[in-house]
Design a protein around this ligand. Structure first.
Ligand code: GLV
Ligand code: MN
Ligand code: MN
Length: 421
């Protein structure tokens, strides 16, 4: 193969490690250094500025849109053509690692540097982007920036979302200086490829570094608010209680039972956030609030699971004297990626001599949103420790990261030379 491009792996690794120092914290449960860089916090803003510096050093022309998504552009020989886009996100969960999202962004910059170093121009412009609030941890809606770009969520709706302290997306964009002026993406990209760590065990089990991603399973996020009644812990007979804490525990166990029942396909349910009011040792809880995260590759099975859970919540008054109301936070349906882009990535992996498997994504990604506006697919990179992620134990080794970035580079280069897919 004449035009195989190799990224500078050492530099990419150095960038990943450098970015991980922004928002770094000592994670007591693991004894490791983690990353906590929630969207539009000071830490996120600092990381954004660092990545923009790297984009500019690589010669990219940077612009920011109204939801704070950042794009760096390398001109094509016909700059009027729609660009080939790569990217991901740089915000993290509260207990994040160094690789989730960042590999696709810093890998994208590594691709541009490799093209620059080789003096390679492309027919189409190439862009590297990172999207605001992919994790949804701070403002409660995942893939927020890319969903606005794709037109699934309105900009006004996104701007009004607030965090637990009442700060809005719009205000935080202004405060951090990322309230860009670019409106919608016009024209839409020719194609999008996101390189991302797998965050699961499939690749490691297959003994390969690379996955060609077939799509992303559906995601349902709901908030459940439970209302009981406060009472004295020592004097109130059990049968007289309206204990919101007990009701919360029942819901958590019901969700687990539903997953284990096998009646909802490959349902995965998680209650990751739970608070109990008033929060005193000697007071029966009067209220509880929890998030409910459900994942399912089968949209019908997901709907059935949502219906069954709602029915269980409706029975709480009779069982525990506690009322519950479910509120939708976010919902995405299963997305299948473009067959042509998948085939191009697979053929490019063959040319690079990189073994791969096809895999469906268990995690949510910006690519599932961008897939609505242009042909899209993803490259997965294997992780160690069983591919664990959303914990500082998340780790993909330098070889795997370098292989993923090489595959990204050559896939993007090929797409950027094409008149049509
Ligand atoms: C994103 O990381 C998600 O799948 O929640
Ligand atoms: Mn991610
Ligand atoms: Mn994540």
């Amino acid at each position: 193969m004449s035009e195989l491009i190799r990224v500078d792996r050492d530099r990419l690794w150095g960038d990943l490690m450098r970015l991980a120092t922004i928002g770094a914290y000592d994670d007591v449960p693991t004894g490791l250094r983690g990353v906590r860089r929630l969207a539009l916090t000071d830490e996120d803003a600092q990381a954004r500025r660092q990545v923009i510096d790297w984009m500019r050093e690589a010669g990219l022309l940077v612009r920011i849109d109204k939801i704070g998504n950042v794009y760096g552009r390398r001109a094509g020989t016909d700059d009027s053509l729609p660009c080939v886009l790569m990217g991901s996100h740089i915000d993290t969960v509260t207990s994040g690692g160094a690789f989730d999202g960042t590999l696709g962004v810093l890998g994208g910059i590594a691709v541009v540097r490799a093209l620059n170093d080789r003096g390679l121009s492309t027919l189409r412009p190439i862009e590297v982007g990172f999207f605001t609030e992919e994790e949804g941890v701070r403002f409660g809606v995942d893939m927020l920036g890319s969903a606005v770009t794709a037109g699934r969520l309105a900009l006004e709706y996104a701007h009004k979302l607030t965090d637990d302290d009442g700060a809005s997306v719009a205000d935080e964009l202004v405060r951090t200086g990322f309230d860009g002026q670019e409106a919608e993406r016009r024209p839409v990209p020719f194609a999008y490829i996101e390189c991302h760590i797998e965050q699961g065990p499939i690749l490691a089990a297959a003994g390969v570094d690379i996955g060609v991603v077939t799509g992303v399973q559906g995601i349902s996020w709901q908030r459940l608010t439970l209302h009981g009644a406060a009472a004295h812990a020592g004097t109130t007979p059990i049968e007289h209680r309206q204990d919101a804490g007990v009701a919360a525990a029942a819901v958590i166990l019901e969700l687990r039972r539903m997953c284990e029942s096998g009646r909802f396909g490959q349902l995965r349910g998680t209650v990751g956030k739970l608070s109990i009011e008033p929060g005193s040792t000697n007071v029966v809880p009067s209220g509880a609030t929890m998030t409910i995260d459900m994942r399912n590759p089968d949209d019908d099975a997901m709907t059935a699971a949502e219906t069954e859970l709602a029915a269980f919540v409706a029975e709480l008054p009779g069982k525990y004297g506690v009322t519950g109301s479910l509120e939708r936070m976010a919902k995405t349906f299963t997305v299948r990626f473009d067959a042509g882009v998948q085939a191009l990535i697979a053929a490019t992996a063959d040319d690079l001599g990189l073994p791969y498997v096809h895999a469906m994504s268990g995690a949510g990604h910006d690519a599932q949103e961008i897939a609505a506006i242009c042909p899209t697919a993803m490259i997965f990179v294997a992780g160690e420790n069983g591919g664990v992620s959303h914990t500082p134990r998340e780790y993909s080794n330098p070889t795997a990261c370098g292989n993923g970035a090489d595959l990204l580079a050559n896939s993007i280069f090929r797409l950027a030379q094409r008149e049509s897919l």
